[in-house]
Design a protein around this ligand. Structure first.
Ligand code: PHE
Length: 458
């Protein structure tokens, strides 16, 4: 069946969706956001959003995608019996795909460079100051990061060009298990560090006085980003699901895996941060690039082999996590051109990658030459991240819930969730309540509060 347009196995479908979900969002963005938003209280709100918002939206995307089975705009069109208007939702994955991939690959490029440094022993005998200076010099360089961005983009493009089974499914099946092993080893190591308890306190002892409206918006954005929902990415993948996949169970499984990996990343990073004097949890995007290599060097300075192995494991983990997500981003934009305009899959992937490479250049320069080029007070990188996680994802997710909860005939929804009555779906009533009322209302409230229309939070 090689080359066919569906995932060959149920495990392949779960691993591909989990591959999309688990990524830099868990290992880089989550600790960064948790660190800058005060730790435990943010994490608690994030977990609530995961459970009651992001996971139901994921099941919604699965349902819409698998029902349609071809491409996202067709799925919307078919599912509401051809009602006008909804077909345009098919453009969300295209716009979203371009935007998210363009800034995501910048960080993915950094991870590839750091993996290279780890392999070649480039971290050996460096001090904390060296690591900060090196990161600042590397990320602000106009050319060097772009070489690594181009490399990771080429790898992403290659996998997508290979197709659904030979590219995406195979890559996810190989990389995801390796990623889990690397994470477990790193968690065990971090928990055995001298100040691990302080890291745990930061992660799990909430201080609610730190909760502001922007913390809530950030937690919502993080939950949606981390599960890859709201952009139609998982609709795209679900188009390749077989008809016997249990959508609700798979959604819960993927969400469980994703949340566990995020929390485990916290368990890797914060105990480590507190175990080396002078490091701070709120270092921002540089957190995992400055603090972590430093931690490994400081802790295992006397046993260089261990420092080498742990740095290597960590950055290879980041590269794999980044790749299984970046392929899902490229897929959602590229498949549109492939299906709509009959452009071959490899060419569609190359075209989208080329455009993203140009936009990625803007985002990369935002850390150096263009750091003062601001739009709405944000540089290109922050602007793209804001647009994706705090704007398009919540609005897209809300529209999908309204679509499935209110526009689509209930019989169609129920049939899809129960695989035409062949499986039980005990959580169906809860799920339907969430997508009809709770999810849209919750997103509207967070926005209204953020816009200052009323304020229950500062
Ligand atoms: N969920 C991915 C991560 O955590 C990011 C992503 C966002 C992937 C949107 C696809 C679409 O890294």
């Amino acid at each position: 069946m090689a080359g066919k347009n569906f995932f060959a196995s149920k495990a392949g479908a779960i691993l591909a969706a989990a591959g999309s979900a688990v990524g830099l969002g868990n290992v880089w963005r989550f600790p960064t956001e948790a660190g800058t938003n005060g730790g435990a209280a943010f994490i608690l709100i994030y977990v609530l959003f995961m459970l009651f918002l992001a996971t139901p939206i994921m099941v919604t995307e699965f349902t819409i995608g698998r029902y349609g089975g071809s491409d996202v705009s067709d799925s919307f069109h078919k599912m509401c019996g051809g009602k006008r208007g909804w077909k345009w939702m098919g453009l969300v994955p295209v716009v979203g795909g371009f935007l998210v991939l363009s800034y995501y690959v910048v960080v993915a490029g950094w991870t590839l460079y750091y993996a290279y440094e780890a392999v070649t022993g480039g971290f050996m005998h460096k001090s904390a100051d060296d690591f900060s200076a090196d990161f600042a010099a590397f990320s602000s360089d106009p050319v060097q990061p772009l070489i690594w961005v181009a490399l990771i983009m080429a790898m992403t493009c290659g996998i997508v060009a290979l197709g659904v089974q030979n590219g995406i499914e195979k890559a996810s099946k190989i990389m995801m298990p390796m990623l889990f092993v690397a994470i477990i080893v790193l968690v065990v190591n971090s928990l055995s560090l001298p100040n691990a308890a302080l890291g745990l306190k930061f992660l799990f002892q909430p201080d609610f006085s730190k909760v502001t409206s922007s913390v809530v918006l950030s937690a919502m954005g993080q939950a949606l980003f981390s599960l890859s929902v709201g952009l139609g990415c998982l609709c795209t993948y679900a188009c390749y699901f077989r008809k016997d996949v249990n959508l609700m169970n798979d959604g819960l499984r993927v969400a469980g895996i994703d949340t566990t990996v995020a929390l485990m990343s916290g368990l890797i990073i914060f105990p480590a941060v507190y175990s080396v004097p002078g490091l701070q949890p709120d270092a921002g995007p540089s957190l995992v690039f400055i603090t972590l290599p430093n931690v490994f060097q400081q802790l295992f300075g006397d046993v260089p082999f261990l420092a080498y192995i742990f740095s290597l494991a960590f950055y290879l983990l980041l590269v794999m996590a980044a790749l299984t997500s970046s392929i899902s981003m490229l897929e959602m934009a590229a498949v549109y051109f492939h299906k709509k305009f009959g452009i071959s899959r490899p060419w569609a992937a190359v075209m989208v990658s080329a455009v993203c490479m140009v936009m990625a250049t803007f985002c990369s320069l935002a850390f150096g030459a263009w750091k003062d080029v601001l739009i709405f007070g944000m540089n290109f990188f922050d602007l793209f991240d804001f647009l994706v996680a705090k704007f398009i994802m919540p609005i897209g997710g809300m529209l999908m819930c309204i679509f499935l909860g209110w526009v689509v005939d209930e019989k169609v929804l129920r049939a899809e969730m129960t695989n035409n009555g062949t499986i039980k779906s005990p959580l169906y009533p809860v799920y339907r309540f969430i997508i009809r009322y709770l999810a849209p209302l919750c997103i509207m409230l967070v926005f209204a509060n953020e816009l200052g229309m009323f304020s229950f939070l500062k």
